[in-house]
Design a protein. Sequence first.
Length: 319
Amino acid sequence: MQTILPAVDPNDSALIDFLEKIPLFDQFARDEFELFIRVLVRKQYQPGDVVFNENSQEKILFIVEKGLLSLTILGDKEKDFKRKAVFGEIAIIDNNTRTGTVTTVQESILLCANGDDLFDENKFDIKTSFKLFRALTCQVTSYLRSSLQTKTRTLIQGGESMHVEFKSRLRFKNDEEGSTRPKFEVVKTIVAFLNSNGGTLLVGVDKDKMPIGIDDNFEKEKQDEDIKQWLAQVLASKIPESAYVGLIHLKVEKIDDKRILRVDCKPSPAPVWLEDWSDDGKKKKGEDQLFIRDESTTKALPCRRAYEYITSHFTHSLS
C-alpha cells in the first residue's frame, strides 16, 4: 500500500544533487531543478504494490529514489527499474493509456510528478517545460518499448541503437572456405542483449538500413524453420541452453521481398558467458567473456569491470 511522505523541500540540495546525476535532466540548470521539485510528491511503496496497471489512464512521471520495481507488458517481464530510473513518460508524451504494469519488488520510494503540472505555465516557464518535453521524447524513442510489439520495418527505419543491431550476414559467404561457419558477431550480439536490457538483432539488413536478405548465406534454399533451427543449434553449441531458454524468439519474415531473420532477446536474470572463438570456428585459449551493449555497440568487459557489472546489474537476480 502506498504512503505519501512529507512534502519535498525545493531547497533540498541532496535531492538536487541526486536529480543532476540522472541523464534525463542533463540540460537542467540549478534553478530549474528547484521549479521541478516543487511539483514532486514523494511516495513509499511496499513489495508487491502495483504502481500502475496496463491501460490505466493517469499521467504521472515517476523517478526511483530507492528500491526496485518490475515492468511487465502483455504478461511478460520486460525490465527492472532501479535507483535513478525514470518511467511513465510514454503516457505523458502521447496522452494515452499505460502500455504495461509496474509492480514493486522491494520497498521503494518514488518521486512522482503529475503530467499536467509539468506543462502548467503557472508552475513552469516555457523554456523549462520545453526542455523536459524534449528529454522525455528522446527517452521514449531511445529504448525498445517492447521488441515483440515493434514491427520489423519500424525497427529498420529507426536504425541501430542500444536495443537494435543490424548484421548483413548470418554466416560466411559460400565462396569462402568453411562456408558453414556462423559469424561470431551474430552470437556475440545476442549474448550482449541477454546481458543488458534485451533487444532485437536483424540479420539480412546492412548498416545503411537496406534489407539485403539472408538467402545467399546458404548453398541451397532453406525453409524458414530450417534457418531458425540452424541458428538454435549454433547457440546451443556456444552457450548453455539453460542460459537463454525462454529468452530468445526467432522469426523469419520478408521485407521488400527479402528474407530477414529477426532475433528478439529478453534480458537474462543471470550473466551469460560466451566462449571466445576465432574465424576458423575454433575456441580461443583464455577465459570466457562477458559481452554487453554499450550505446549502439557490443563490447567485452575486462575481468574487473565484468565483476562490477555483474554486481550492479544482476544483484537482485542472483540474491
